[in-house]
Ligand binder design. Structure first.
Ligand SMILES: Cc1cc2nc3c(=O)[nH]c(=O)nc-3n(C[C@H](O)[C@H](O)[C@H](O)COP(=O)(O)OP(=O)(O)OC[C@H]3O[C@@H](n4cnc5c(N)ncnc54)[C@H](O)[C@@H]3O)c2cc1C
Length: 348
């Protein structure tokens, strides 16, 4: 694809419907960003959808101001598969000839966009946290070094694929309408992958919940000998799961706790490396956080940098949280505190 003039070109909004046919919240947030950029830059907005059936998704955003809706649909596009997704997105881009392609981050798109950008001679930036303009040119914001350095980037390569992380724009909302979708037919790619089905944990086993109001962190204290000289893993598990189900909190863990899980020691069975918060773990964003049986060491607490209100429960009044890292430290036994909290939540 030829390099195009930035100022008079098309922004292609790219999305795939979820299994219920609707667009995800993150996809709708990316649409808001694409719309804002198109009006700021005076660029045309077009929509490209891929999925088994894209009509209801197109109808749900029919009034978004797009000049056209393009769609690749059919059974091969029902689920993520590199060969078919790459062929579909390439064909959609060749049809729309965009300067910029904006989508919400999803594992499906993040996997395939760099390859498609390479095929089209463009460039892909994943994990953008802002889309705007800098000195009259489209730009993105993103973090480096685990959110220590924030950069604003402008690129010359076109098409420029931008995958926007969730939570940075309002989700586009609309009463819907009726969209005319122009069908695009990619050449059938040589694919050796057959998707036989999906295996995933049950919904209630999902403990990482980015949209939750509360981050509930468990530290290794839950797995250590308590005042009676015994370990109480089963009770710890049931208290924590009870708290999670009553609060819909997202579960975080310390590195020490997720590491002992990996070593096959007495551990909380539902805790994995995906739950780890900190310097070498995740840096989640929740309005509130409660740390329990967690010492509050710096490499853990740096993962709390975007948690607005921080509280901790620790039997040690001199733990790391006491040194200005928490707004409130309850010097108490977390088993007792959380049992009481659960009972209060139950009675509400
Ligand atoms: C390079 C590097 C990177 C690291 N990255 C990370 C990271 O990303 N994330 C991370 O978490 N750590 C990280 N660490 C490790 C970090 O420094 C700490 O070792 C770790 O966070 C400690 O975990 P913890 O608080 O669960 O365990 P501990 O330090 O053992 O603390 C357990 C706490 O539980 C309390 N406790 C025990 N029983 C009770 C009870 N009944 N009620 C209340 N409190 C109780 C104890 O008082 C104690 O404070 C990193 C370290 C290094 C060197």
């Amino acid at each position: 694809m030829n390099k195009k003039d930035v100022d008079v070109d098309t922004i292609l909004y790219l999305a795939h419907p979820q299994s219920d046919g609707a667009l995800s919240k993150s996809a709708l947030q990316a649409l808001t960003a694409a719309k804002e950029l198109s009006s700021q830059m005076g660029m045309d907005l077009a929509v490209a959808l891929l999925g088994e059936d894209v009509q209801s998704a197109a109808d749900s955003i029919a009034d978004c101001g797009a000049s056209k809706f393009l769609g690749v649909s059919g059974a091969p596009y029902a689920q993520a598969r590199y060969a078919t997704d790459a062929a579909a997105i390439e064909a959609l881009c060749r049809a729309a000839e965009p300067a910029i392609v904006i989508c919400g981050s999803s594992s499906r798109f993040n996997r395939v966009l760099p390859g498609v950008a390479s095929r089209l001679g463009g460039y892909a930036d994943l994990q953008a946290t802002a889309i705007g303009q800098s000195e009259g040119k489209p730009s993105i914001g993103r973090w480096y070094y685990r959110q220590r350095i924030r950069a604003q980037l402008v690129r010359e390569q076109r098409p420029w694929f931008i995958a926007l992380e969730p939570g940075n724009h309002e989700a586009y909302s609309s009463a819907g309408g009726s969209a005319t979708v122009e069908a695009v037919s990619p050449p059938e790619p040589a694919s050796r992958t057959t998707v036989e089905g999906l295996q995933k944990p049950a919904g209630d086993a999902q403990t990482v919940r980015p949209d939750a109001e509360l981050l509930f962190v468990a530290g290794t204290g839950w797995t250590k000998k308590q005042a009676d000289g015994e370990i109480h893993i089963e009770e710890a598990e049931s208290i924590i799961l009870d708290t999670l189900s009553k609060t819909d909190a997202s579960l975080g863990g310390t590195k020490s706790l997720v590491d002992v899980s990996g070593e096959g020691q007495a551990v909380l069975s539902f805790m994995t490396h995906l739950n780890q918060v900190g310097q070498t773990g995740a840096i989640p964003r929740h309005p509130k956080g409660l740390a329990t049986c967690c010492h509050g060491e710096e490499p853990h607490v740096v993962g709390w940098r975007f948690i607005n209100e921080r509280r901790a429960v620790n039997i040690d009044g001199n733990c790391g949280w006491a040194h200005g890292k928490a707004d409130v430290l309850y010097v108490a036994d977390a088993f007792e505190v959380m049992r009481k909290v659960n009972a209060l939540l139950e009675s509400q």
